[in-house]
Design a protein around this ligand. Structure first.
Ligand code: PLP
Length: 384
């Protein structure tokens, strides 16, 4: 296949671009039109309408996303949560059962533990690093297994090869939230995952100016998800499509820089006397380091760490750093710093957070594109 022969960076620029160019426009124009002139009797889902996810802006993005993850098809959504909820509501119905990793992003964890059971769908949480324990959790009505490539915020790496293989053996659908790794560092289809999900708000767009999501995988799974999205209404609007499309063109250079910078910062933090513990898969001290080296093309731009002195000390660091902005979210050009207990995981009850290993004083850093030396100097002054 042509697209398999091209490098990811080439596909980020050229895959899905209109041929011929639209009136010569080098940049994909925004088709800001809710509806399009009907072309005969083509059936409801083939009418051109923004909510049906089939405007020229959607189609260009779908092709680009599928190409960069070496998958057959893709779908963009109004947010990462729209991608996750719509996909799970498509795959699961009342009476079904889901296996989910026990330390997922707080919003996903809340959706899985509150909204799915309210619809008659049961859930069991699994330790992604303990494959021997999964068999005891599977039931005759288990339909899917859900993990993250690198978990938010502890950067845990599950036995991902094991997850894809387990799903294949059991005849269930494997889903992976690939937000933290991005397609630059991990392409789930290449490792046998059925569906890859993204918060496009993060690395894919990379500029902290939209909320978006994506689902990537085979057409046979994507088509019903696309129709469910059309019915639930969580479709991405063309202007956000345009920004996501533009942001994705620089994904390769951004993420590779962030990989390098985060590794240097993680090493610096690990050697700093005011830091107790650093979670970063690129460090040899990380329990998933060997697996990360084998499966990932880079260790990513996310670091989390504990400082001596607990919550007060953590808050002082958030106040004292001058470059990273204290804000939730991640994956943008600017470094962002947060305490997950007060932001991304604030919705998870404190006792559950403790079980997940997320202490109140844990700090999460999304490394941006600032000079690494400036970030290091900033952390040095804030920690001292
Ligand atoms: N998945 C992960 C790993 C996330 O970190 C987030 C948000 O922080 C989401 C999904 C949800 O994405 P969105 O905020 O775009 O709905």
């Amino acid at each position: 296949m042509e697209r398999r022969n091209k490098h990811l960076d080439t596909k980020l620029i050229h895959a899905g671009e209109p041929k011929p160019l639209i009136r010569g426009a080098v940049s994909m124009p925004i088709f800001q039109s809710s509806t399009f002139a009907a072309e005969g009797d083509c059936g409801y889902y083939n009418l051109r309408y923004i909510r049906l996810n089939n405007t020229p802006n959607h189609e260009a993005l779908h092709q680009k996303l599928a190409a960069v993850e070496n998958a057959e098809a893709a779908l963009v959504t109004a947010s990462g949560m729209a991608a996750i909820s719509t996909t799970l509501f498509t795959l699961l119905r009342s009476g079904d059962h889901l296996l989910a990793q026990d330390c997922l992003y707080g919003g996903t964890h809340d959706f899985i533990s509150e909204d799915l059971p309210a619809c008659g769908i049961s859930v069991d949480f699994i330790d992604g690093t303990a494959p021997d324990s999964w068999e005891s959790k599977i039931r005759s009505n288990t339909r899917a297994i859900f993990v993250e490539t690198l978990t938010n915020p502890l950067l845990q790496m599950a036995d991902l090869k094991g997850v894809a293989e387990f799903a294949r053996q059991k005849g269930i659908v494997s889903l992976i939230d690939n937000t933290f790794a991005s397609p630059v560092n991990f392409r789930p289809a290449e490792w046998g995952f059925d569906l890859s999900l993204h918060s496009g708000t993060k690395y894919l767009n990379g500029h902290s100016d939209i909320v978006a999501g994506a689902v990537i995988g085979p057409s046979a799974l994507l088509d019903p998800i696309c129709r469910k999205l059309a019915r639930l209404g969580g479709s991405l609007d063309p202007h956000a499509c345009f920004l996501l499309h533009r942001g994705m063109k620089t994904l390769g250079v951004r993420v590779r820089y962030q990989n390098e910078s985060a590794l240097k910062l993680a090493q610096f933090l690990e050697n700093h006397p005011a830091v107790d513990r650093v979670h970063y898969p690129g460090l040899e001290s990380h329990p998933g380091h060997t697996l990360a080296e084998e499966m990932l093309d880079g260790f990513g731009g996310m670091i989390s760490f504990e400082v001596t002195g607990g919550v007060e000390a953590a808050d002082r660091i958030l106040e004292n750093v001058t470059l990273p902005i204290s804000a939730p979210s991640l994956g943008g050009v600017e470094s962002l710093i947060t305490r997950p207990a007060t932001t991304s995981h604030a919705g998870v009850p404190p006792e559950q957070r403790r079980v997940m290993g997320i202490s109140d004083s844990l700090i999460r850093l999304s490394v941006g594109l600032e000079a690494t030396e400036d970030l290091m100097a900033d952390f040095d002054q804030a920690l001292t």
